[in-house]
Design a protein around this ligand. Structure first.
Ligand code: FAD
Length: 383
């Protein structure tokens, strides 16, 4: 006898929350939603590997957040920052790490790391939690979103079609050698008149126009200023790392976010004050004796004389930033004006966007993971 199983009805096939992307934003959102609505059907569609960027974050140590104690601007949009980092949201964040992920953190001068200082611990905590809550993970790539009747979405992948009441876009950005697929969003957003800014490499180093290959491997601490047509538009002290064709380091990566947002990038230079912390009364000879020999040899070869002015105002012309493969994040994404406080699109009810896919970028220091995770948690709290 052949037993025939009835095909599932349309209603039975409908998923309550369909999350596209299994990075920190998507995984955090799924876990928080499941804790809130235990009976709900939640699926994450992930095209490659869960939490791939968590693994490489912070050089394998994963700087997962920051204890914010000042009003310093760390995200591109200050009004958004004030809402995101409200005291209540910071508590939400800490509770999620400790009580839901069971992750103890270590506070290194405000920077939060897993206690083990290993990013694998963070990833393992996520994977355990997803399994504990029986969250359905499907490894497929989304290629299209369609709106069905009665406020239901149809999400198309390379293999299947899914029906969902609420769809959450958590697909991150093209930073760091990803082949993340966004092209399918373009025609949909165009039809709905939704604004999305072009992605550009963020938190990246600069390629330098002049030949600095002689300095390859040099690391020095300087006051770094980004200068556009003689106006200083960014300034911070930090370590500059020289490569064969450019410069990098945290301070350089932070400045690159300001650089990328310039509409006209011509005549932009990096100015290094190599002696910002030295007393003016010190003799030039003593200063030169104290600087790196490789640096002095380079300056001697390329400038007529080494004087105090040069050491305080050494300028390097920027050719470009490095490309996405060397970028930690992307500048650009879905404009914040398009979404409500619960991360729902104002023009498409039931559709949400979180994490790096939004036009939100933070400086180095745990702010980007904090945004990715918090945006997922806030969505779950408000939906
Ligand atoms: C080298 C490096 C170091 C970093 N270090 C730090 C750090 O120390 N601290 C910090 O705060 N931040 C750090 N970051 C940034 C941080 O990792 C990201 O901001 C964060 O991962 C963004 O999370 P997300 O969930 O929005 O996106 P992602 O982590 O990019 O996740 C998006 C997921 O969506 C999937 N996806 C994409 N398109 C599709 C599709 N069409 N269908 C199905 N799935 C899809 C992708 O495969 C991916 O798994 C670092 C980044 C890099 C690259």
């Amino acid at each position: 006898m052949i037993l025939k199983t009835k095909p599932a009805t349309k209603e039975a096939r409908i998923i309550d929350f369909l999350i596209i992307g299994g990075g920190p934003s998507g995984m955090s959102c799924a876990i928080a939603l499941k804790r809130k609505y235990y009976q709900s059907r939640i699926t994450i569609l992930e095209k490659a590997t869960l939490g791939r960027k968590i693994k490489v974050s912070g050089n394998g140590r994963c700087n997962i957040g920051h204890l914010i104690s000042s009003n310093t601007q760390v995200y591109n949009d200050y009004d958004y920052q004030l809402k995101l980092l409200s005291p209540a949201n910071q508590v939400l964040y800490q509770q999620f790490l400790l009580e839901t992920l069971n992750l103890i953190t270590r506070n290194d001068n405000g920077l939060l790391y897993p206690y083990s200082k290993e990013s694998q611990t963070v990833l393992d905590s996520y994977l355990k939690c997803l399994s504990f809550f029986h969250i359905n993970i499907v490894y497929e790539e989304v290629t299209q979103i369609l709106e069905e009747e009665n406020a239901i979405f149809e999400v198309v992948t390379t293999q299947n079609h899914y029906l969902a009441r609420k769809v959450i876009l958590a697909m991150g950005s093209p930073a760091y050698q990803t082949t993340n697929q966004y092209s399918f969003l373009a025609p949909y957003f165009q039809a709905k008149k939704i604004q999305m800014k072009e992605f550009l490499p963020g938190l990246s180093g600069y390629q330098i126009s002049t030949n600095i290959s002689q300095l390859n491997g040099l690391r020095l601490t300087a006051k770094v200023s980004l200068v556009k047509s003689e106006v200083v538009i960014f300034s911070e002290v930090g370590e500059v790392q020289f490569k064969a064709d450019g410069i990098s380091g945290i301070v350089i990566m932070n400045s690159s976010n300001t650089y990328q947002r310039l509409l006209n990038k011509k005549n932009t230079k990096v100015r290094l004050d190599l002696i910002y912390d030295l007393d003016n009364k010190l003799s030039l000879e003593a200063i030169i004796n104290s600087l790196d020999k490789k640096l002095i040899a380079y300056l001697t070869k390329n400038y007529l004389t080494i004087n105090r002015y040069l050491l305080q105002n050494w300028e390097l012309s920027i050719k470009d930033t490095y490309d996405f493969s060397a970028a930690q994040i992307a500048i650009g994404g879905i404009c914040l004006d398009e979404i409500s406080d619960s991360y729902e699109f104002k023009k498409i009810k039931g559709l949400y966007a979180i994490g790096e896919l939004l036009d939100v970028d933070g400086l180095c220091g745990g702010y980007n993971l904090m945004h990715a995770i918090l945006s997922g948690l806030i969505l779950a709290a408000k939906v």
